[in-house]
Design a binder for this molecule. Structure first.
Ligand SMILES: *Cc1c(COP(=O)(O)O)cnc(C)c1O
Length: 419
């Protein structure tokens, strides 16, 4: 255990302990009772030994648990474990993925600052930057995710933050994190990457120069659809100086219960990501060979426009989300939408929900759900058509998912009809 009495001790692990071991062991030492599975501390406040010690702790001269709005042992366990997996010095948990992005903005930006954000990020992220932060005088330019020149051209003297997500939802566009990091470094801005789709099991953005990693713990980190959670990983200095003061005053706090659930989820993260990505690749290859499918979007396929980059950046894996376009009976959007709806409604196993990152495979129609608030022009500009279906592959047997999809596929227009 760490020797400094002014610090909260770490669990005793040998130097060089590897990632899979850290995933099940990194955190705090056990309590005096010696529990093997991490304890859940739901308490709101912590008793101080005496008034002078309490004063030192409140003044940040000594690390200790004080009050669970900003310090809690179960939440700290989750933060330390996720930081270990992402390869960052520190992490701060938030009430949700969006809470983590709110914390990012509140910690780094002030009126008059400028942000460059990929136009293909999560819908609520677009609204947070484009609408909510705009109210406080922060301006955001949205640029095409994969067009590095457009990112560079958008830089202004007051640019403070670049924000990307890779791969994106539902088109699985992959950005070159290293190239964006170079732009950020040239203009003295921070680069934040939402690593929700890959998780540190497949991609660690700081290895490519990102300064901040954002997570929706709701997705793969929990992995079983149980709780809402979020986190922001960064250097100790950024966490201490920029984000902890905001957390302490703004209270975007992750509940210890949710932290405990996600903490236990991290223990199986790498094997889930491996198994779910393997199934997704199998499904994507199968879909690509079906005549009823017009196009498949999956970074693990050689046909994906950023396949090589994705393989290099994502540990040779395409992740577990596959999107595809179903051929309609005719070429109009209404026919495409009818074909997509028919496919979704014919499934008997897949869960019809816009969530992802669950062990249960989910299926959704992006144009009418996650991207339903956009106009048809905005959707088409983003490449999201009415025939598009997104599948977030879980741990179901792929053959069952294939059978599920097959139930709803229209026969191709030029094939003879079954009698
Ligand atoms: C779901 C999601 C978020 C938001 O996370 P919540 O936990 O739902 O607030 C942010 N980014 C991406 C990529 C997501 O998929």
């Amino acid at each position: 255990m760490s020797g400094d009495p002014r610090k909260i001790p770490r669990v005793d692990l040998p130097a060089g302990t590897r990632r899979d071991t850290l995933a099940v062991r990194e955190g705090l030492p056990a309590s005096p009772w010696g529990e093997n599975s991490e304890a859940l501390f739901l308490t709101s406040s912590f008793v101080q030994p005496d008034a002078a010690t309490a004063a030192r702790r409140f003044a940040n001269e000594e690390e200790a648990f004080i009050y669970s709005r900003f310090t809690n042992p179960t939440v700290a366990m989750f933060e330390r474990r996720l930081a270990a997996l992402e390869g960052t010095e520190a992490c701060i948990a938030a009430a949700s993925g969006m809470g983590a992005i709110l914390l990012l903005g509140m910690g780094l930006l002030k009126a008059g600052d400028h942000v460059i954000c990929s136009q293909s990020v999560f819908g609520s992220t677009v609204m947070l930057f484009g609408r909510e932060f705009a109210k406080f005088g922060v301006e955001t330019s949205f640029v095409p995710q994969t067009d590095v020149a457009a990112w560079r051209a958008a830089v202004r003297p007051n640019t403070k933050l670049l924000f990307a997500e890779s791969p994106t939802n539902p088109l699985t566009e992959v950005c070159d994190i290293r190239a964006l990091a170079a732009i950020a470094s040239d203009c003295g801005a921070w680069l934040a990457v939402d690593n929700c789709f890959c998780t540190p099991a497949l991609q660690r953005p700081v290895e490519y120069g990102a300064h901040i990693v954002i997570h929706s713990g709701t997705k793969y980190l929990d992995g079983q659809g149980r709780v809402i959670a979020g986190a922001l990983c960064a250097s100790q200095k950024l966490i201490d100086e920029k984000f902890m003061p905001v957390m302490r005053t703004a209270g975007i706090t992750l509940s210890p219960f949710s932290a405990w659930v996600v903490l236990k989820g991290l223990e199986t993260l790498s094997i889930r990501m491996e198994a779910q990505s393997k199934r997704a690749l199998e499904l994507a290859r199968w879909l690509e060979a079906r005549p009823e499918i017009e196009r498949v979007y999956y970074p693990g396929l050689a046909s994906h426009p950023q396949h090589e980059l994705a393989m290099a950046q994502q540990a040779g894996s395409g992740g577990a989300v596959v999107s595809f376009i179903v051929r309609g009976a005719a070429s109009d959007p209404a026919s495409a939408r009818a074909a997509a709806f028919r496919l979704i409604d014919s499934t008997q196993i897949c869960s019809i929900t816009a969530n992802l990152g669950d062990t249960k495979t989910t299926i959704t129609h992006p144009a009418s759900t996650s991207h339903g608030r956009l106009t048809e022009e905005q959707r088409l500009a983003a490449g999201i058509t009415q025939g598009m279906v997104r599948v977030a592959v879980g741990l179901d047997d792929v053959a069952d998912i294939q059978a599920d999809i097959l139930r709803g596929l229209l026969p191709p227009a030029d094939a003879p009809r079954d009698r």
